[in-house]
Design a protein around this ligand. Structure first.
Ligand SMILES: Nc1ncnc2c1ncn2[C@@H]1O[C@H](COP(=O)(O)OP(=O)(O)O)[C@@H](O)[C@H]1O
Ligand SMILES: [Mg+2]
Length: 308
């Protein structure tokens, strides 16, 4: 797929987005006419008090959750116009997801977990054995859904899509996927954990594995909800360095965090209160590590103005 390169274009455009939950007949208007857009290549942080709607915003923008009203355009597609299976394909092929609780398959190795989204992607068109065989019965669960893997069960069977002969249907073998997974793991410094179970690695390693998995289908955008929330400072810094690297290589990032140090690495920060964007802070790309302190101070001052 062609990337637009330096030519800035909106990859996400959100217009009057509303999300209302009804619990015990009481309406909770969690998002109230939210408007913003994200340019390709940006790294946008979402901050705000607990319960202000940050996670809900991330889930509705990424199509994991249905919006009540409004419009989200993702990479030129109006998400509310997509059928369920089309939305699933967009999530699988064009979006990567990283969460605080890591939804990995317990019965798969780290490597197989990372490979799974590629094995099931129609775009990748994997032939032969799949990584998902062991998990065929469990892969359609909520865990899989959170990981953007909701059709993992069917893909784990023998559901290979025929090569259409166009270049989007280029066949990718299990070996190619495996090589790509290993090279991602190498890049994120966890290649030694390939054959470990998910309980046999540290929290920081597991989160880096999640990032590898989110990147395996070369998404346009990574959505991350408190990706460092469960990590200590060192592991958090390491994970953030990886996300910043991926962003510098062109992947757009939308990331929810309550951590000023994490947000200071974003190119722009939106502050949300009561389901509305109250303000935004432009920080620019974080290219020079020596600027981090100053960016944090700058962001802190602004957050105080916002009422943080
Ligand atoms: N699945 C849900 N059903 C009902 N209410 C929900 C659901 N998810 C979130 N909410 C409510 O939406 C509000 C915002 O939640 P959330 O987006 O998780 O906030 P944040 O991530 O900023 O802490 C809260 O009042 C929460 O109780
Ligand atoms: Mg949240």
């Amino acid at each position: 797929m062609m990337r637009k390169g330096k030519n800035m274009s909106k990859i996400i455009d959100v217009k009057d987005l509303c999300k209302t939950y009804v619990v015990n007949k009481k309406q909770n208007n969690v998002l109230r006419n939210v408007n913003f857009s994200i340019d390709e290549g940006e790294m946008v942080g979402i901050m705000g008090p607990s319960g202000s709607g940050k996670s809900t915003l991330l889930y509705t923008v990424s199509g994991m959750d249905k919006m009540t009203a409004g419009e989200v355009t993702f990479n030129g597609k109006n998400l509310s116009k997509l059928k369920e299976n089309e939305m699933a394909d967009v999530r699988l092929d064009e979006m990567g997801f990283v969460f605080q609780q890591m939804y990995m398959m317990k019965n798969l190795s780290i490597l197989d977990n990372i490979m799974l989204p590629a094995v099931k992607s129609k775009k990748g068109d994997c032939v032969g054995n799949t990584a998902g065989n062991k998990s065929a019965s469990s892969a359609g669960t909520d865990e899989a859904k959170k990981a953007g893997n909701e059709s993992a069960g069917e893909a784990a069977g023998n559901n290979t899509v025929k090569n259409s002969g166009t270049d989007k249907g280029k066949k990718e073998s299990r070996k190619e996927i495996r090589d790509r997974a290993i090279s991602l793991m190498h890049k994120l410094g966890i290649e030694d954990t390939a054959n470990n179970g998910i309980n046999e690695v540290s929290g920081g390693q597991l989160q880096r594995a999640c990032i590898c998995r989110s990147m395996i289908n070369r998404p346009r955008v990574i959505f991350a909800d408190e990706p460092t929330g469960a990590l200590n400072r060192t592991a958090s810094d390491e994970v953030m360095d990886e996300i910043v690297n991926l962003n510098n290589e062109g992947t757009t990032v939308m990331l929810v965090t309550h951590d000023v140090k994490v947000a200071a690495k974003c190119s722009r920060v939106l502050y949300i209160v009561d389901g509305n964007i109250k303000g935004e802070k432009q920080l620019g790309k974080c290219v020079n590590p020596s600027q981090v302190r100053e960016r944090e101070r700058d962001l802190n001052n602004w957050l105080m103005e916002m009422g943080w």
